[in-house]
Write a protein that binds this ligand. Structure first.
Ligand SMILES: *Cc1c(COP(=O)(O)O)cnc(C)c1O
Length: 382
């Protein structure tokens, strides 16, 4: 390994997770969400694996992410759902990328984009998350404007969608309320004489827990990478999912220190007895969470050992105790758990955050290596 640490991405596990999600939502099309560089897993490789596994759609946030998929050779259906104020939509539309519109203003921007192709638009409804999309009178205006623009041949209404705020808490009453609000929006669009061929609402958590939300398509992100959307949904093992990424490095320095040794910035960790410290060359500059200082652990030679003291920008010290270890021995920070290593969720818990953030923050000097059968991009036509 020449980089200080590597993220090994198991494409076989990724495809198996998509197959599992297909089992859970058999009647809906599957959109593999590959935004934020596929949650840190490498969008190009993950997208190709998703197509190979049969994902009909890819979902991204930005137009740039969609462009990168097209540049990598993907030709299948792609939706990009963010609408920045200064976005140049024409290249995306001309590259057959579906775009979203979450207000009349955003719809007007799509219509005015100057694309050669007729834009395929997914109408974004705010059913209760109060993030993208609109509700009430503003929604009525959006749906009516979209129906009118479609009749005039200026857009094609390809879909209508919304996003859950609390799907990772399956018992929350917000979920049912959002589902109802979405059904109302679909009916309201019909009242203007238009249909959206793709109604989509479910993220990973809803795909796993609320079959009534599957509709025409589910948009799966975190579960496809093998993480549970949240503790109330179950562990990844209970859900039949396998974490796709293993973050590993090697000990750069191993040494014995006496009791009472203060470790790392601020001496927030002081050895209680003589012990072995192991240094690893990765830190918050690579996306490790500093909030996991003194709280996370890693696997060294089959033993779980704690992070000792503060996570630094480029380095972390582990307290190896009396575990036999030498410079060059493998250190697994997180992975699928098969060898007893921590899960990304364990790092999340240690840092009071969510697995999504643990994965997407990784970057910097970490090398990414794809394992498992590596597909070539062919796209699925269209
Ligand atoms: C990120 C995102 C998803 C995927 O959510 P997961 O919880 O990772 O499955 C789906 N839809 C939208 C609009 C998103 O922004």
């Amino acid at each position: 390994m020449s980089a200080p640490a590597e993220a090994v991405v198991d494409l076989d596990a990724y495809r198996a997770n998509l197959a599992r999600l297909r089992e859970v939502a058999p009647t809906a099309a599957q959109m593999a969400v590959v935004k934020a560089d596929a949650y840190g897993h490498g969008a190009v490789e993950i997208a190709a694996a998703a197509r190979e596994a049969g994902a009909e759609w890819l979902g991204v946030a930005t137009l740039e992410e969609a462009r990168d998929l097209r540049r990598a050779g993907d030709r299948g259906p792609v939706l990009a759902w963010l609408n920045p104020a200064d976005a140049d939509l024409a290249p995306a539309v001309d590259a057959d990328v579906d775009v979203a519109a979450g207000s009349v203003e955003q719809l007007d921007a799509v219509i005015a984009s100057g694309s050669a192709a007729r834009p395929r638009v997914h109408l974004k409804v705010d059913t209760g998350m109060a993030r993208g999309g609109v509700r009430g009178a503003e929604l009525t205006a959006l749906l009516e404007a979209a129906a009118t623009a479609q009749r005039a041949g200026r857009i094609e209404i390809a879909g209508i969608f919304s996003h859950f705020a609390c799907a990772d808490e399956p018992a929350s009453p917000v979920n049912g309320a959002q589902e109802h609000a979405f059904a109302d929006a679909v009916a309201e669009l019909a009242s203007f004489g238009a249909q959206a061929p793709l109604r989509h609402l479910a993220n990973s958590a809803a795909a796993l827990t609320r079959p009534s939300t599957h509709l025409d398509m589910v948009r799966v992100g975190i579960a496809s990478y093998g993480l549970s959307p949240g503790p109330a949904v179950g562990t990844s093992a209970e859900l039949g999912l396998t974490p796709v990424m293993t973050l590993r490095t090697a000990l750069a320095l191993v040494r014995r220190v006496p009791a009472g040794t203060g470790v790392s910035y601020g001496h927030t960790y002081v050895t209680r007895r003589e012990t072995t410290l192991g240094l690893i060359p990765v830190g918050y500059g690579d996306g490790l969470l500093r909030a996991a200082s003194n709280r996370a652990s890693a696997l060294v030679n089959g033993v779980l050992v704690p992070v000792a003291g503060r996570v630094c920008m480029d380095q972390v010290v582990l307290d190896l105790g009396d575990t036999p270890a030498r410079r060059g021995d493998e250190v697994v920070l997180f992975g699928p758990g098969h060898r007893g290593e921590p899960l990304a969720e364990d790092w999340a818990e240690a840092a009071s955050t969510i697995g999504y953030e643990v994965l997407t923050r990784l970057g910097g000097r970490i090398a990414r290596r794809h394992a498992g059968a590596i597909p070539t991009i062919t796209g699925s036509g269209g």
